[in-house]
Ligand binder design. Structure first.
Ligand SMILES: CC(=O)N[C@H]1[C@@H](OP(=O)(O)OP(=O)(O)OC[C@H]2O[C@@H](n3ccc(=O)[nH]c3=O)[C@H](O)[C@@H]2O)O[C@H](CO)[C@@H](O)[C@@H]1O
Ligand SMILES: C=C(OP(=O)(O)O)C(=O)O
Length: 426
């Protein structure tokens, strides 16, 4: 199995191109199920999760073609064509590897009147049930039963009627699933307390380009007037705000200066606010965001929350950065119950962190030292890379398949800004 060897101590300097957002791409791809016409996605990141999702789409009979690009380019252009869907089952083997597969449930049901999708199960960061996906789809007319580990969903004859649903808690995935289904329902759906993440706005914008009628885009309340059919479109995936935030933390911990090319300032206010409080200069420019830091950084208190709050997907990277800050930072994780698995690994590098329930108290230390560490999930992995960049000596990060889910060609991008990072086979 591959591992990453990070030699710490280099100040990061230069430009990092930011890729298309994994979490947007994972909801834009299943939109292709909503139409017989071709859907072309530009700026799709080259990631294991995206390849996995395309494989799942192929199982449904969706044709896909990849426009030729030079291997050294980041991103790719993919056309998906669901002219005839030949299979409506998403099997356990594919769903268990990629939780986002549950996002085929809504569009498949709306288009085909039926869908069978394996229950994804829990994962490293928490329990992650899908009850809200099912409740929201029921509210717009789906009939749902659970059997043998699968969700079996049916629409009444003639299709989903549409309906109203108020989410008891904010869920990104459940919001996405029901938006996609409602876009192709017979009637109007009113959805309250929906997630407002930029990736949801990206989804709505793409659906509108496909002919959907959606009111309230970007707000907590959406009204979706279902359409009989939707058309194909060409759409560019938004830049990855979590990837951008991760490289910002990497630059900051090394006291570096990095331009995050293509990063969209409007999506990143909570991350920028946290960085500024830590003493990092964050400048919004036309084509991206400039990060400039002097060490030591200041301690800050952070609480994760649904958008526009600080993303839970930024918590581990922020924590790594704060390990070397002056003073004590208190981090509170409010979204997932088990998202501190990077803490014992950071401790192996000399970090001083106490965890109690959802709170982590990070006492800044003067130095970190390189160590062998084990990545446990996607953002935890990135936190170890960030710590490794500022640590004395060599850090070996194992289990790279987590990183490959969400960071397009990480070591190449880090090399562009002067980091010494090498991927080697075990
Ligand atoms: C592919 C993708 O976009 N993944 C993101 C998405 O995950 P995902 O869509 O899975 O996360 P949710 O927003 O649904 O989860 C938020 C909270 O709601 C709970 N919940 C969710 C659904 C449900 O049916 N019942 C329920 O109780 C979850 O366990 C969690 O505690 O949003 C998360 C929160 O911003 C991010 O960390 C993930 O990177
Ligand atoms: C938790 C994440 O992703 P997923 O929902 O795909 O597991 C993430 O991107 O940090």
């Amino acid at each position: 199995m591959d591992k990453l060897i990070v030699t710490g101590g280099k100040r990061l300097e230069g430009t990092v191109p930011i890729s298309g957002a994994k979490n947007a791409a994972l909801t834009l791809i299943p939109c292709a199920l909503l139409t017989e016409e071709p859907v072309t996605l530009r700026n799709l990141p080259r990631l294991a999760d995206i390849d996995g999702f395309q494989h799942l789409m192929t199982q449904f009979g969706v044709a896909h073609s990849i426009a030729g690009r030079r291997p050294e380019d980041f991103g790719r252009v993919v056309t998906l064509e669901a002219t005839r869907i030949t299979n409506t089952v998403a099997p356990y083997d594919l769903v268990r590897k990629m939780r986002a597969s549950i996002l085929v449930l809504g569009p498949m049901l709306a288009r085909m009147g039926e869908a069978t999708v394996s229950l994804p199960g829990g994962c490293a960061i928490g329990n992650r049930p899908i009850d809200l996906h099912l409740e929201a789809l029921k509210a717009i007319g789906a009939e749902i039963e659970l059997a043998q580990g699968y969700v079996k969903a049916h629409a009444p004859d003639g299709g989903l009627p549409g309906g109203d649903y108020d989410f008891p808690i904010v869920s990104v995935g459940a919001t996405e699933n029901v938006i996609m289904a409602a876009a192709l329902a017979n009637g109007t759906s009113k959805l309250g307390n929906v997630a407002r993440e930029p990736e949801i706005v990206d989804l709505c914008n793409m659906l509108v380009a496909m002919g959907a009628e959606i009111e309230g885009i970007g707000s907590s309340d959406l009204v979706i007037h279902g359409q009989k059919t939707l058309n194909g479109c060409t759409y560019s995936v938004m830049p990855d705000r979590i990837e951008a935030g991760s490289y910002a933390c990497a630059a900051a911990i090394t006291g570096g200066e990095v331009f995050l090319q293509n990063a969209r300032p409007d999506d990143m206010n909570a991350t920028s606010h946290a960085l500024r409080n830590a003493g990092v200069t964050v400048e919004y420019e036309k084509k991206g965001i400039r990060i400039c830091a002097d060490r030591p950084l200041n301690a800050v208190n952070l609480t994760t929350a649904p958008y526009p709050g600080l993303a839970t997907d930024m918590q581990a990277q922020m924590m790594a950065m704060l390990c070397l800050a002056k003073g004590t930072s208190v981090l509170t994780e409010t979204i997932f119950e088990n998202r501190y698995m990077h803490v014992p690994e950071l401790a192996r590098m000399g970090a001083n962190i106490e965890v109690s329930g959802r709170t982590a108290v990070v006492h800044g230390v003067d130095r970190l030292s390189g160590a062998d560490v084990m990545a446990t999930d996607l953002r935890a992995s990135m936190s170890l890379v960030i710590a490794g960049l500022a640590a004395e000596g060599e850090t070996q990060v194992r289990r790279l398949y987590h990183l490959d889910r969400g960071y397009e060609r990480l070591e190449e991008k880090l090399a562009l800004v002067g980091a010494q990072v090498e991927r080697v086979g075990d």
